[in-house]
Design a protein around this ligand. Structure first.
Ligand code: MN
Length: 249
């Protein structure tokens, strides 16, 4: 298996994990930049993530056009991914989904989503909210063209996660494995924060120093990160698809 085939294999595993962990349902998608051509990325054709196989992966340019002839339907919101890859050379992988637990924080003005649990530290201290209506007025809320994708990327800026008002979130990271982990823990962090808000009183978010300490020396294939990937992959029936030798790589 060459490097690209391995990456596509891992992208299939990522799709299945995100479905099995209830980050995606019929909707939502994950992409990975082509390591051999930073101007293209891989993602599935329009299909529920749980059903994705290697044959469903297509290569798109940053404006969302398929690189080869493609007659199958593509995700309408592929412009989210192109916009972020274009503005963030450091980002190798992007997730967009509608996980319910994060939605209140995109709607309730003045209640920002903050990392409050240790596994939520990866989302970073600042989680901006993008409101499509600010620039595009009344729409169907979907990111349906290059301009909207770029505008969302502008709000995301240098952060790891942005919420989309009344719709969902985007997460961006340096690797596929990292963006999956962030996307799994993002709704859990939101759930803990929502529960704490209901209890009342002051909310103690993680400090910047705690966030930095959690992210210090991060390696995508560190034993700690691999442990989660291996666990989630097995849990969704993809244990036999694991290709990375794990630690140290
Ligand atoms: Mn969406």
């Amino acid at each position: 298996m060459n490097e690209t085939d391995r990456l596509i294999n891992d992208l299939v595993v990522a799709n299945r994990i995100l479905a099995n962990e209830n980050v995606c349902d019929a909707y939502g998608h994950v992409s990975v930049r082509n390591p051999n051509n930073s101007n293209t990325f891989f993602m599935a054709r329009s299909l529920a993530p749980e059903l994705v196989t290697a044959e469903d992966i297509v290569e798109l340019d940053l404006e969302g056009n398929p690189v080869s002839d493609e007659s199958r339907h593509l995700y309408l919101e592929r412009f989210i991914h192109g916009g972020i890859f274009e503005s963030r050379p450091d980002v190798m992988s992007v997730v967009h989904a509608h996980a319910e637990d994060i939605l209140p924080f995109g709607i309730a003005d003045g209640t920002p989503l903050r990392p409050v649990i240790h596994s939520g530290s990866f989302i970073g201290a600042n989680v901006p909210v993008w409101d499509i209506a600010d620039r595009f007025g009344d729409t169907n809320l979907l990111v349906a063209n290059v301009e909207q994708g770029r505008d969302l990327a502008k709000t995301l800026a240098e952060n790891n996660v942005a919420l989309m008002r009344g719709h969902g979130f985007v997460a961006a990271a340096r690797s596929l494995i990292e963006v999956v982990r962030m996307s799994v823990y993002l709704p859990r962090n939101a759930r803990a924060l929502s529960a704490a808000l209901r209890l009342g009183g002051n909310i103690k978010s993680l400090s910047q120093g705690e966030i930095d300490a959690r992210n210090q020396g991060y390696k995508p294939y560190s034993p700690e990160t691999w442990r989660a990937w291996e666990y989630w992959a097995n849990k969704c029936g993809c244990g036999g698809m694991l290709t990375r030798p794990g630690p140290d790589e």
